[in-house]
Design a protein around this ligand. Structure first.
Ligand SMILES: NC(=O)c1ccc[n+]([C@@H]2O[C@H](COP(=O)([O-])OP(=O)(O)OC[C@H]3O[C@@H](n4cnc5c(N)ncnc54)[C@H](OP(=O)(O)O)[C@@H]3O)[C@@H](O)[C@H]2O)c1
Length: 282
C-alpha cells in the first residue's frame, strides 16, 4: 500500500462537483480526514456537513496567484499525506476565438496548480517515506485535439509530469497514480460548452466509479488507471482499417495517414478492455 496501511489526511481540489466530490465522499468513507478546495464555498460546506470524517473547507480560485498561494500555505502547514489533483476545466472551440482569460485559466488550473500544490506537498511525504499524489488526466491528453487544444495539451502535461515524478519518488515510499477517465457524468461538458449528445449512454462513467478505481489503484501502487473510452464512432473501425490496408504504400506512409493508423489501432477500437473488470459504467 502506498499509504503504509494508514489513512493520511487527504486534500482534494475541485471537490465541489463531479469527480472531485466523489473522491471526497469515497475518501471519507475509507476513513480519511479531508481538506476540500474549490471556488464554491457553499457546495464545499454542504459536502463537509454530509461526510463522516473531519473536513476543512478551503475556498480558493486556483486560476489566481492568491488562490494558489493560499492552498500552498495550507498544504505546507498541514500533514497532507494524499494530494488529489482533480480540479480542471476546458473551453471548447478554436483557439483563435477563445477568451484569453479562459485559456489562461485552463493552463493555471490544469497545469500550474497541480505542479505547485504537488511541490508544496512532496517534501513532507518524502521525509515520511509515505503518502502520495493522484493526478486526474484524460484520454484527451493522448493526442492533439482541435477545439480542445489547451485542455488536451494540459492533460498531456499531466501524463508526462506525473509519470516522471512517479519514477523520481517511487523508491522514497511515495506513490503517484494517474487516473484517465473517459466520458464521466459531471458538470464538465456543460461548463466547457462541448456537445456530447452523440456519446452513447453506455459509454458514460459515473464519478463514484472513477474515484473508487483511482483510489484502489493508488492504494495498490499502480502508476496509472485508464477508464472508459473517448473513441469517436463516426466511422466503423473495421471499415477504416480495411480502407487503410488498400492504400498504396506511399500514401500509407504520409504523416496524416500514419496518425489515422495509430487511431484505428488503439486498443479500445479493437474492442479490447481498457478499464478494470467489473467497473460500473452506468
Ligand atoms: N467529466 C469527464 O468526462 C472527464 C473526463 C476526463 C477527465 N476529466 C477531468 O476530471 C477532473 C474533474 O472534472 P469533472 O468532470 O468532475 O468536472 P466538474 O464537474 O466541472 O468539476 C470541476 C471541479 O473543478 C473545480 N474548479 C474549476 N475551476 C476551478 C478554479 N479556478 N479554482 C478552483 N477549482 C476549480 C470546480 O469547482 P468550482 O467551480 O466550485 O471552483 C469543480 O469542483 C478535471 O481535471 C477534468 O479535466 C473529466
Amino acid at each position: 500500500m502506498a499509504d503504509g496501511g494508514l489513512r493520511p489526511l487527504a486534500l482534494v481540489t475541485g471537490a465541489s462537483a463531479g469527480i472531485g466530490e466523489a473522491f471526497a465522499r469515497e475518501l471519507a468513507a475509507r476513513g480519511h480526514d479531508l481538506i476540500v478546495v474549490a471556488r464554491r464555498r457553499e457546495r464545499l460546506e454542504a459536502l463537509a456537513a454530509d461526510l463522516p470524517t473531519a473536513v476543512r473547507v478551503v475556498p480558493a480560485d486556483l486560476s489566481t496567484e492568491e488562490g494558489l498561494a493560499d492552498v500552498e500555505r495550507v498544504i505546507e502547514e498541514s500533514p497532507v499525506g494524499l494530494l488529489v489533483n482533480n480540479a480542471g476545466l476546458g473551453v471548447y472551440g478554436p483557439v483563435s476565438g477563445q477568451d484569453l482569460g479562459a485559456l489562461a485559466a485552463t493552463v493555471a488550473v490544469n497545469v500550474e496548480a497541480p505542479v505547485r500544490l504537488t511541490r508544496a506537498a512532496l517534501p513532507r511525504m518524502v521525509d515520511a517515506g509515505a503518502g502520495g499524489v493522484i493526478a486526474v488526466s484524460s484520454p484527451a491528453g493522448q493526442r492533439p485535439k482541435p477545439r480542445l487544444a489547451a485542455y488536451a495539451a494540459s492533460k498531456a502535461f499531466i501524463d508526462l509530469f506525473f509519470e516522471a515524478l512517479r519514477q523520481e519518488v517511487a523508491a522514497r515510499g511515495v506513490g503517484v497514480t494517474i487516473v484517465s477517465p473517459g466520458y464521466t457524468r459531471t458538470e464538465w461538458h456543460c461548463r466547457a460548452g462541448q456537445d456530447v449528445s452523440a456519446v452513447r449512454p453506455e459509454e458514460w462513467l459515473q464519478p463514484a466509479a472513477v474515484a473508487r478505481a483511482a483510489l484502489d489503484a493508488w492504494a495498490e501502487g499502480r502508476p496509472r488507471v485508464d477508464l472508459g473510452t473517448h473513441a469517436p464512432r463516426a466511422l466503423p473501425m473495421r471499415v477504416a482499417r480495411s480502407a487503410y490496408l488498400r492504400l498504396p504504400p506511399r500514401v500509407r506512409d504520409t504523416a496524416g495517414v500514419q496518425h489515422l493508423r495509430e487511431l484505428v489501432n488503439r486498443p479500445e477500437r479493437r474492442g479490447e478492455p481498457v478499464g478494470p473488470r467489473g467497473l460500473d459504467v452506468r
